[in-house]
Write a protein that binds this ligand. Structure first.
Ligand code: 6R9
Length: 640
């Protein structure tokens, strides 16, 4: 048996080992991470493990090191795992054949795609936006960018043309990768057409490479658009990996914050790699023969770290699913698990809740014997969903890991390690080694002891920490590092129980989490305000049975709209939001109001709007400071 480099990686196998690793990671972080990083393939080793100034938002890990992440995801495994499956692709339609790619095949496909990118003028440091369905070419395209040192920015293929244009322009991308169309359940979506519309306002883009998926006719713009399969005809199956600096950006991923404009979260190469790999192997307690399935789309950070990079770095088999949980029926997830003998399953509470609503037979008619570990991510998991997942999917045999983290953290921060550290319903649990969570008062004082609640912040740098927001470092500083000096501020509130386990309560800022997707209330308001009928709007979240949070929009219409039919106005507002952001941001409720509760200084009192949306009208609190307290009565009256 040839020496397998990845078996040397630090792996925690007992609670004692966890405590020991945690202690070392806090007492001697540089030594700890140097040991963890040792077994990767480095072109050159680092000169300094960590150089960090949290207050300035400056975090550099493995300074001076040179590497390429795809050599660690692919080349490194060829000696021992060339014929092992790297990716299993399960298509939207169960009647369509699935596809499997071994590590050798994936390596070749990535090299080919990288050569196509090269031939189309893509160079190290260029930004490439990717708007593609969940098909193997998406994974291949992302890795191909990393192979040649281009910075990938994946845009979830549910975003609208306007949302694509915002992201492409912010990143100043020169190349866009897309497909002719995509399948989502019973629907088919002409993806290329959406890109065409977006690119009308994106002067930086000079090339679009189109992957054929549905075989649909598409319009190809002369001089700009090329078909991938034509470009790939004669390219070599090997491609040397570009040597990158540890801190060279690997990708940009746009995410919503409390301000109107989504920001481009930037992750770097070495730190992200070490973090994605370490957390993946330890949280899921990966074994060589696991078949691992993360249901997230690669358009979100979970897809980046735990569908693509984490599993491939660890040499695992990762399943990639094009479809949705309820197509052709609510048994699809369970059917796929049985079909491919999935042993580790990682999904979002919203998916669990939507499947709980279906008759239990949908899950009971599958054996699910292959399952060993269950994971949850994206939003707090309520107790009912936790137990349903544990009992009916895991058959009370599989530990549930509730993984708390964020786009900005690069990888899992607080979570049980399957079967090793405690897993308690609705609690994420203990921090990963290297993560030092604290609870802060609003004024920024650390709250000591257990059974306490506060603002969740992180005290020390960790390898996967956000490096900057693309093109605007000051914004990163203001958002994450300035609110509480010396800490990374998460925007979440949390509680620490009597045993020191963390429970995430939810956002403490103006971010709402709808089906595990983040939106800024201001972002949705900006979209609504584009509608010609609208003068002003205020958006809040409210508890929703399936989505976790629903979107409730209060809208003031223009005098000209007064005579229009309300249903017509609402439909038109929804249309605007779908065009500005995408279907995923559609409000659940729209209430047309004549005024909004404002303080004398003109600030909207969202607290009141939230209470009304939640139906808690008996506890509105003090409304006497309002400019016009009467609007509150009107809002209560017209409540949806
Ligand atoms: C990975 C991801 C981040 C926000 C985060 C928090 C919420 C994520 C959670 C969770 C409770 C969990 N969140 N995981 N809340 N328990 N296990 O989702 O990243 O899209 O950036 O969202 O999601 O509020 O701040 P992202």
């Amino acid at each position: 048996m040839p020496d397998n480099p990845t078996t040397k990686h630090a792996r925690i196998r007992s609670l004692e080992e966890y405590h020991e690793a945690y202690r070392r990671s806090v007492e001697t972080p540089e030594q700890f991470w140097a040991e963890v990083a040792e077994p990767f393939t480095w072109r050159r080793k680092w000169t300094k493990v960590l150089d960090s100034d949290m207050a300035a938002g400056r975090n550099e890990w493995f300074q001076g090191a040179r590497l390429n992440i795809t050599e660690n995801c692919l080349d490194r495994h060829l000696a021992t795992r060339a014929n092992k499956l790297a990716i299993i692709y399960e298509p939207n339609d169960p009647k369509t054949r699935h596809l499997r790619l071994t590590y050798r095949e994936l390596h070749q496909e990535v090299c080919k795609f990288a050569n196509v990118l090269h031939n189309n003028g893509v160079e190290k440091g260029d930004r490439v936006c990717i708007y593609m369905p969940m098909i193997p070419q998406l994974a291949i395209a992302v890795l191909a960018c990393a192979r040649i040192g281009a910075i990938h920015s994946v845009i979830f293929a549910g975003f609208s043309a306007t949302a694509i244009a915002d992201r492409v322009n912010d990143a100043q991308a020169t190349v866009v990768l897309t497909a002719d169309g995509l399948n989502r359940g019973a629907k088919q979506i002409p993806v290329k057409r959406v890109v065409d519309e977006a690119l009308e306002t994106c002067p930086s883009v000079r090339r679009v490479i189109v992957v054929e998926h549905l075989g649909w006719p598409v319009q190809m713009k002369e001089g700009r658009d090329v078909w991938y399969h034509e470009e790939a005809e004669d390219v070599p199956k090997t491609c040397p990996a570009e040597e990158m600096d540890a801190e060279d950006p690997l990708f940009i991923l746009y995410t919503s914050g409390s301000t109107g404009k989504p920001k481009g979260v930037v992750h770097s190469t070495a730190g992200y790699m070490v973090w994605a790999d370490y957390t993946f192997r330890n949280v899921f307690q990966i074994e060589e023969n696991d078949i691992y399935w993360c249901t997230a789309d690669i358009g979100w950070v979970t897809g980046h770290s735990y569908l693509l990079y984490g599993p491939l770095l660890a040499g695992s088999t990762s399943l990639m699913f094009e479809g949705i949980p309820t197509y052709p029926d609510a048994g699809r997830f369970w059917e796929v698990i049985d079909k491919h003998s999935v042993s580790i399953f990682y999904t979002a509470p919203t998916a669990i809740r939507s499947l709980m609503a279906a008759p239990l037979d949908n899950v009971l008619s599958y054996s699910l014997d292959s399952l060993r570990v269950l994971g949850s991510v994206g939003e707090p998991i309520n107790e009912e969903a936790w137990y349903w997942y544990y009992q009916h999917v895991g058959k009370e045999r599989c530990p549930v890991v509730d993984t708390w983290w964020q786009t900005e953290t690069g990888g899992i921060m607080i979570s049980a390690m399957a079967g090793i550290t405690p897993s308690k319903p609705t609690h994420a649990g203990l921090p990963m080694p290297g993560v030092q969570p604290v609870l802060l008062t609003q004024e920024g004082k650390e709250i000591e002891g257990n059974n306490e609640e506060g603002y969740l912040a992180i005290k020390h740098s960790w390898p996967g920490i956000i490096r900057t927001t693309y093109g605007d470092h000051e914004r990163a500083v203001q958002t994450y590092f300035a609110p509480y000096k010396g800490y990374y501020f998460t925007g979440d509130g949390a509680r620490r129980d009597e045993n020191g386990l963390y429970r995430i309560i939810g956002r403490v800022d103006d971010v709402i989490n709808v089906s595990g997707h983040r939106f800024g209330t201001a972002e949705i308001e900006n979209a609504i305000n584009q509608n010609q009928n609208v003068v002003e709007s205020a958006v809040v979240g409210y508890p929703h049975d399936v989505k976790g949070q629903g979107i409730y929009a209060y809208v003031i219409c223009s005098p000209e709209a007064a005579n229009k039919d309300k249903a017509h106005i609402e439909a038109s507002i929804i249309e605007t939001i779908v065009a500005e952001i995408g279907k995923i941001a559609k409000p659940d409720k729209i209430q047309i109001v004549s005024g909004l509760p404002k303080t004398r200084s003109g600030k909207i009192m969202r607290r009141i709007l939230r209470k009304v949306a939640e139906g808690e009208i008996s506890s509105l609190g003090d409304t006497t400071t309002l400019l016009d307290p009467a609007v509150v009565d009107e809002i209560i009256e017209g409540r949806k």
